[in-house]
Design a protein around this ligand. Sequence first.
Ligand SMILES: [Mg+2]
Length: 252
Amino acid sequence: MSLVDDLVALDRPLLVALDVDGTLAPIVRDPDEAMIPPQTLELLKVLASASTVEVALITGRDLESLSRMERLDGIWRGVEHGGLVLGPSEQPRERKLAEEHELALARFREWVRDHAEDAFVEYKPRAVAVHVRAIAETDPDRANRLLDEAEELATRLGLHVRKGRCVREAEALSFDKGEALRQIFERSGARSVFFAGDDVTDVPAIEFANNHGIGAFVLSAEKPKPPSESMVVIESASEVAQLLAELSHRLV
Ligand SMILES: [Mg+2]
């Protein structure tokens, strides 16, 4: 049986939850330039319109950054690695950070300004992510040094460190995509779940999905092997799009 056959055989409502960068949107040097191909957006829209399917996007991006890539109706969103989970028509409420967290993040932002001005930096409401993919292309030593320094400083400031491919993120509060997926699964009333993601930060969600359906790891040139041998794999982001096309054909 193929993966799509296995997905069609799962109980419904089926929650189709997907990471964004590297899973739906091809990886590019500058995360601001990343986009979900229009055909993929259309497939997500079709899937979300089915009465027995729920669609969720679960990403490390913040809501503003995700909204630049998609403005779909009727989908769930887990942003900031699960720090904020929103139902299909839900708006975010105002959130406040403790003063010590604000101070620690301010110190970290200062370091970024003084020492990592050439990195691509995401300033999120409760975290700062330092991406070094572009630097690694010309100066891999400096890229690794920046990752180490970011990690060391964040730890010293009492911030949580999240490690991804070519990125270190300093977070005031720590969440994970597995927890976001659990919340969406429970709140949506889905009876089974499919999740796909391409980075180590996706592993908790892949594991959750395996306990309630199917989780899959998306391979790429940067990660040609899954973190564990037993994981279901999808060969590339374009195969994810292909899978969504077959799935929308079979489920809608
Ligand atoms: Mg990803």
